[in-house]
Design a protein around this ligand. Structure first.
Ligand SMILES: Cc1cc2nc3c(=O)[nH]c(=O)nc-3n(C[C@H](O)[C@H](O)[C@H](O)COP(=O)(O)OP(=O)(O)OC[C@H]3O[C@@H](n4cnc5c(N)ncnc54)[C@H](O)[C@@H]3O)c2cc1C
Length: 515
């Protein structure tokens, strides 16, 4: 439409909209809007110009910014925006008039990069903090005369959290490096968004369990409640996880990442029989190769580190099995697969586990430090085991006759894959308790705060390190004497012992307030 702006006839769009949950809306000075542009002056059938992005200055006639939302009581600004017949001149279209209709691509390109950065970083930060806190608290808090981190059930949980952190942080760093090189990995970014925010939520849930009552009481000395409360925000924004997992990852990846399907679709669209024939022949060869590799082993691209060669071979073979499964799923189910969200989600999950396993391999080589080998190996095995389990579930749920037979065939020769054994998990937990340098390498981004519960925990851990083996004897003395001062007097270094007991007590105590 055209409007008179400052005495000049100006072309633009009249847009109406209403949207909740807009971050920074209550304090916005400019609003980014994506709208479906329509040109009523065009003939019927050619009016839809497509999704278009514009930047609209605030305030603006017709636009109202509503009252503030409180997302899980976090402090960032968020609120609704409404617009009725807001005039958007062509100058406000991002990229100018010739970019009208190209908004969807802009949004997808931004998401391809952005979705791999901030929310995965938040997930990894939550995991790092959870591992650091659970492992530290497990050494300070005693029950039945022992630090709770020495009980197998707690130790196993902490070790499993650390193993998952190795894999997810590897994926975060690898994908960020890929972005740095100018790539726009839309499938990998969707994987990261789902996997790292889910891992962050799992990790903080486990850590809260380990903290017991300490995790539940709010106040400045609480170690995790803010992260625990905020994690659902990361799960929901920038593509809610259920939808992204079940529609986007495999839905986008199946065509984009397949070496032949895109060419086949283009050939059909262009009615090019020769190109279609070539693509189909290539596709058949691809399926045959993956069948062979699934059954008899797949070659590896490059040379993996000797210490992880077995895992790398399994990864190559499972990747072939996955590729074959994708072709079978698409071939057997066709267009129905898109609507079968539970199957699509599993196909996405399997790809995600294989991606995370590959990133572990990359991280181990990139770090060039053998200290974290036990975690790298454990993380790869957990991811490979999960990928194999997902494939098994997938075949069990294919609504196609003969699926069990195909599944048994495709999955043969990876039956020896086993989850991490308890003894291995407990050995990792012991490393976490006794090697603060390894904890620092797994949680490098946990910084020292100026005040609060995390600082108390760090100080208590430092004093406990200085006490070393004396801590056990000291705890026994406290149980016997019921007095910090008396117990400390029974130790070789009473001053250090008393300082530790007071610091540990600060970690265990919680905040209280007037009724
Ligand atoms: C704190 C916060 C900040 C936000 N900031 C912004 C912002 O700045 N700009 C902006 O544009 N938006 C923003 N959003 C909106 C956010 O992107 C949406 O809330 C999110 O996409 C979910 O939409 P919804 O709440 O309407 O959920 P719904 O669409 O109602 O979805 C509810 C559930 O159903 C699932 N679901 C829906 N459809 C399907 C499907 N087809 N298949 C499988 N599952 C499905 C979803 O995964 C979800 O679990 C923000 C939201 C929040 C909470």
């Amino acid at each position: 439409c055209e409007r008179e702006i400052d005495g000049v006839r100006t072309r633009g769009f009249s847009v109406s909209f209403s949207k909740r949950y807009i971050t920074l809306a209550p304090v916005a000075t400019v609003v980014g809007l994506a709208f479906n542009a329509i040109d009523e002056s065009r003939p019927e059938g050619r009016r839809e110009l497509g999704i278009t992005c514009a930047l609209i200055p605030v305030p603006q006639p017709g636009m109202q910014i509503g009252r503030r939302h409180h997302p899980m009581n976090s402090s960032f600004m968020n609120g609704p925006i409404k617009g009725q017949d807001v005039f958007v001149p062509m100058d406000w279209i991002i990229g100018g008039e010739h970019r009208v209709g190209q908004g969807w691509r802009m949004l997808m390109e931004c998401l391809a990069a952005g979705r791999a950065i901030s929310l995965p970083a938040l997930g990894a930060a939550t995991q790092q903090t959870s591992v650091f806190v659970a492992n530290g608290y497990g050494q300070i808090r005693n029950q039945f005369g022992l630090p709770i981190g020495r009980f197998d059930a707690v130790a196993g949980t902490i070790a499993a959290m650390a193993v998952e952190l190795y894999a997810t942080d590897a994926a975060r760093r690898y994908t960020a490096a890929v972005l740095d090189q100018g790539e726009q990995p839309s499938v990998a970014s969707a994987i990261l968004k789902v996997q790292l925010t889910e891992a962050g939520r799992r990790s903080v849930n486990h850590a809260m369990d380990i903290l017991g009552g300490k995790g539940i009481i709010s106040g400045p000395s609480n170690l995790l409640s803010v992260a625990y409360r905020h994690m659902p925000i990361a799960i929901t924004v920038e593509g809610a996880n259920i939808l992204t997992r079940s529609l986007i990852i495999f839905g986008q990846g199946a065509v984009r990442c397949h070496p032949f399907v895109m060419r086949e679709m283009q050939a059909v669209q262009q009615n090019d029989a020769q190109a279609l024939g070539q693509a189909l022949i290539g596709h058949a060869g691809h399926v045959a190769r993956n069948l062979w590799r699934s059954l008899f082993g797949a070659p590896m691209a490059g040379t993996p580190p000797a210490a992880l060669e077995k895992e790398a071979r399994l990864l190559a073979r499972l990747s072939a099995k996955y590729a074959l499964t994708c072709d079978l799923a698409m071939g057997l189910l066709g267009g129905r697969l898109k609507r079968m969200e539970l199957l699509s989600a599993r196909l996405g999950d399997c790809l995600a586990h294989l991606y995370l396993a590959s990133c572990c391999l990359w991280r181990y080589v990139f770090d060039a430090n053998a200290d974290l080998l036990p975690f790298a190996r454990a993380a790869m095995r957990v991811e490979l085991d999960a990928a194999e389990e997902v494939l098994r579930d997938l075949y069990a749920n294919f609504p196609t006759p003969g699926r069990r037979l195909i599944g048994a065939l495709v999955l043969s020769r990876t039956a020896h894959l086993a989850p991490l054994r308890d003894v291995q998990l407990l050995a990792l937990a012991q490393l976490l308790r006794t090697r603060p340098d390894l904890v620092a390498r797994l949680c490098p981004d946990v910084s020292t705060p100026k005040t609060g519960g995390l600082l108390d925990l760090m100080q208590a851990l430092e004093l406990s390190r200085q006490l070393s083996d004396d801590a056990t004897a000291l705890n026994k003395l406290v149980r016997r004497t019921c007095s910090f001062e008396e117990a400390a007097q029974g130790m070789p270094n009473p001053e250090l012992a008393l300082a530790y007991l007071r610091a540990a007590d600060r970690v265990i105590q919680v905040d209280d307030f007037a009724p």
